[in-house]
Each structure stands twice: as C-alpha cells, then as structure tokens.
Design a protein around this ligand. Structure first.
Ligand code: KIV
Ligand code: ZN
Length: 529
C-alpha cells in the first residue's frame, strides 16, 4: 500500500487504481446509494483490490460527509480520498471526513479551461494559479497525500496547464490529475498532452500523473490506456463505467486490457483481484439500480457468449479460437452447480465466503431458507444466483413493507386480476386489483393494500443466469410528487419479482428515502457548484 503518491511513483511499473464509483459513479442519473449500500460497495471495492477509494464529496451534503467519514474509519488497506473544490470550506470538510482513515487523501480541483474560467468561475488565470497554490497548501496542512485536479484539462491551454500543475506540485500535491471532464479528447491527443506535461512541468517527476476520463464519445478506456502508455501511473475509474452523463472509464476494461495486453502499455500491472470483477460488477449494478448492458466488455451477460455456429464449433475444439480471456479468471462461474438442495448450512456458508459474501447468523439463516426454496425450483444454483439472492435479501431487510403472498389470474377472456397480502410493520394488509396483464393487476392490488399510489416511470426485467428456470430480476422506478424512488425484486417468477420490486419502491416512499436524483441539468449543476 503506497503511503503517498511520491512513494507510489517510484514503484512503477504498477498503475494505481483510483476508484471513484462512490463519488463520480454515484453521480450517474438515478444511481444514488443509501448509506448502508455505500458501505457494502466500499467493502467490495477493498476486496477487489483497488488502491485509492474516492468515497464521496463531503461538502456536497451532510449525508455525503457522513458516508465518507464512516468509510474512512472502516476500510483498511486502501487510501480513502474525499473530493473538495478549491475553497477553504470544502477542503476543511474533506479533511474532517477522511481524517480517521488509515491513509487519507484530499482531492481538490478547480477548472482550468477558458470556457470554465469565463462562464463558471469568473476568475482570471492568475487568480486560478493563486487559488491552487493557497488551497493545495491548506490541504497539505491536513494530510501529506494531496491530489490536485485541473477540471476540463483537455480543453485548457497546454502552457497554462503546465503552470497550474507546477504550482500545485510546488505547493505539495503528490498526485496531479488531468481530467477529460467532458469526454472530448482522443487517444493520440491525450498521449501528446501527457508527453507535454512530462516534458514541461517542473517537479513532475516527484508526483504521480493521474488520468480521469469520461465516455461522451465512447473513448474513455482508449484515452486512459493511451495516457498510461505515455507515462500516467494512476487511473481513475468506476465499476461498470457508471458516472456523470455517458459515464467514466470502466475499471474492469482498463484492468483487463492491462492484464491481457500488458506489452502494449509498458508492462504495467495492477493489484486488482480479477476474479472479483464480475461479482463486484453485479453488486454495484444491483445496489445502484443501473443495469449492465449485455454486450458490455468483461462483465456484460454476453461478454463470453458464443452464438454463431462457426464460433461455437471453434470453441468446442479450442477455447482460445474465440476467447482472448478466460471467463473464470474474471469471476464468471458459468452455469456450474455450486450447491445442491441437499447441501448443509456449513457448505452453504463456505460457498458464500468463497464468492466474497459474509453474513451474520440471522442473515445466514434467512439466506439459507431462501436458497432451499430456490433450489426446489431451479436445477442449478450458481454463484450468480447466490449473489443476487443475498443482495436482494439485504436490500429488502429494512423495508417496512414485505410481500407475504400473492395471486394473479390472466386469460384471453377479460382483464387480469391480482390479489396481494403485504405485511406493514408486522401487520398484514391485503388488496385486490385489475389490470392490463398480471403485473399491472398486482401493482393495482399493492396500491389498494398500502393506500399509496405513484406513477411507474421505468420497468426493466432481466435474467440473472441463462436458462429457462433462471431467476428474474426486476428493477423499476416510480415517481411520487417530485421525488423518484427505485426498487428491485428477485424471484424465479418475473411476476413475483415485479411485485417485490414495486413493494420495495413503495417502502422507500413510506420511509421517505428517495433513491434517485431527478436526472437533468439542474441536479447535475447543483452537485457541482
Ligand atoms: O470529471 C472531472 O473533471 C472530475 C474531477 C472532479 C476530477 O470528476
Ligand atoms: Zn469526472
């Protein structure tokens, strides 16, 4: 574990993986995580083997502050970073939030492009330089590990950038980050910018050069890798590439490109435990409610699926004909049976531990009970099934509403009907509904039972594993007034999964826990300035 950026620079050729899933990733429209979910993701990221965890933006809200403070006190073996604009209040807040960490970093940023200086900051270049100097020094008074970012670096004047980074390093910055904030650069241009900075910034050899890309033109991974080839030694990434607008650079893509084609990128490596990539991706997707597209590299459901006959033929003869990576190396278990319905509790607990899931006794009992029910309905219970099942259980644990039983009847002769029994704070309530299909009828029945109605804005269903008996996973989003709430549900029956997801969303309405930022320019601006 590097204590600070300087030491890390000397350890090349290792690339530092700076994960910002909990900060930039959480800025994905609709991806807000609850405090408990943030802790779950933080633990999973530590298991994955990241080096630096950007836990949040402490000055953004009391909730963000608390999340960063809690994570800082909890995780071990990683550096915890808190983001701060270049102003006293933000930096002091970030310092307070990360101070309990084993290794703490303050990550401070200010925009450097003329567009931002003129329209957003209304500062001159000299005023920016003066601010960088003062604020990096202030941050340095709190912790030796200070990262400075020049927001919108890729649209900034290169000579001005040289002066900005020189100022930051002279003031004590140990990492200097060159963000492609709006996803504008290209691999060749970004590499040239790295070379320019390496050649012109006095003192750059004492700092780690970091890269942070957005995917507006689909080039985030390519740009990041190109910068590594040119000498960058920290990559800022998110799991599944979630993040502002089109997202950030995907952690899994960069890690596997460096592992698979290391010779193309100066032989650098990371300390990521690759077999944790798929489980971590699933957890982040499940908790944020942001689905992974099926054709997503490494972690998408089809990333290792071979459909064309000619490919299948090649695969049967020799896997490497059509696979450049081994799916099991990145955590895919395929349809391998990991447990049967005759497995005992001890075997069940061991298997959970093997796939990185730790539960207390009470949680384990409930998970075991749900597993036995699933094993009765599904031939092969895979690690993917178990991860989804536990995630769903933990998610629903604190919900005030719980599904007790349901019924739906559909046919060609009339509208579908549904009835439901839900427990609310331990008391059973029931309702009936009619609708356009079984799901619609059950949603009506739930509204009737709970006495709340809301507007369904988005509904997604996907299978956890391949096969006819796969568990269905439903994610949905409802609107109540001007707030948005998400819910997800899991069951072998998609109608039941839908009812569970809807009940989860209504629980959040009752508990006053909006789980999504309303997408759009207004919320985006309010998180930033
Ligand atoms: O995209 C960006 O510029 C950022 C900075 C705060 C690093 O997220
Ligand atoms: Zn960003």
């Amino acid at each position: 574990m590097p204590e600070d950026g300087v030491q890390a620079a000397e350890q090349a050729p290792r690339v530092i993986v700076f994960d910002t899933t909990l900060r930039d990733g959480e800025q994905s429209p609709g991806a807000t995580l609850t405090a408990d979910e943030k802790l779950e993701v933080a633990d999973a990221l530590v298991e994955l083997g990241i080096d630096v965890m950007e836990a949040g933006f402490p000055a953004a809200s009391p909730g963000d502050f608390e999340a960063v403070r809690t994570i800082a006190g909890r995780v071990k073996g990683v550096t915890v970073a808190g983001l701060a604009r270049c102003n006293e209040a933000d930096i002091e807040r970030a310092a307070q939030a990360v101070k309990g960490a084993e290794a703490a970093r303050i990550h401070t940023f200010i925009a450097t492009s003329d567009i931002h200086l003129k329209h957003k900051l209304r500062l001159t270049r000299d005023e920016v330089l003066e601010r960088v100097d003062r604020m990096v020094r202030l941050a340095k008074g709190f912790t030796s590990d200070v990262e400075f970012s020049a927001e919108d670096a890729t649209r900034s004047d290169w000579d001005f950038l040289t002066r900005v980074f020189a100022t930051a390093i002279a003031a004590g910055a140990t990492t200097v980050n060159v963000p492609d904030t709006v996803g504008y650069t290209s691999p060749t241009e970004y590499a040239a910018l790295m070379e320019h900075l390496i050649a012109t910034v006095p003192g750059i050899e004492h700092a780690v050069i970091s890269v942070h890309c957005h995917d507006d033109l689909g080039m985030a991974t390519a740009n990041t890798l190109s910068a590594v080839r040119a000498g960058a030694r920290q990559v800022e990434v998110t799991m599944n590439g979630i993040g502002e607008r089109a997202g950030n650079t995907s952690l899994e893509e960069v890690v596997m490109a460096l592992a698979t084609r290391s010779e193309q990128f100066g032989g650098v490596s990371t300390r990521i435990r690759k077999e944790r990539l798929v489980p971590t991706s699933r957890m982040v997707s499940m908790l944020t409610g942001v689905p992974v597209q099926p054709n997503k590299a490494i972690v998408g459901a089809n990333a290792f699926a071979h459909e064309a006959g000619i490919h299948q033929d090649g695969m049967l003869k020799e896997r490497t004909t059509y696979e450049i990576m081994n799916p099991t190396d990145v955590g895919w278990e395929g349809t391998k049976l990991v447990l049967g319905k005759h497995s005992g509790r001890a075997g069940f607990r061991n298997t959970l531990q093997e796939i990185g899931i730790r539960l207390d006794e009470e949680q384990l009992n409930e998970a075991y009970h749900r597993f036995l029910t699933l094993a009765d309905r599904k031939k092969a219970v895979t690690a993917a099934d178990l991860a989804a099942l536990v995630s769903d259980q933990l998610e629903a644990a604190d919900d005030v509403l719980q599904l007790v039983r349901w019924n739906a009847s559909i046919g060609s002769s009339g509208p579908a009907t549904g009835s439901i029994v839900v427990s609310r704070d331990g008391r059973e309530v029931s309702g009936d509904g009619q609708g356009n299909g079984a799901v619609d009828a059950l949603f009506e029945a739930i509204d009737d039972a709970v006495g709340i109605s809301c507007e369904l804005e988005e509904y997604n269903v996907e299978a956890v594993t391949p096969g006819e008996d796969a568990q269905g996973q439903v994610r949905l989003r409802v609107r109540s007034g001007d707030q948005v709430y998400t819910g997800h549900g899991l069951a072998t029956d998609v109608i039941e999964a839908s009812a569970r997801a809807y009940i989860a969303a209504l629980s959040k309405i009752i508990q006053g826990e909006p789980t999504a930022i309303i997408p759009g320019p207004v919320s985006a601006v309010s998180r930033w300035s």
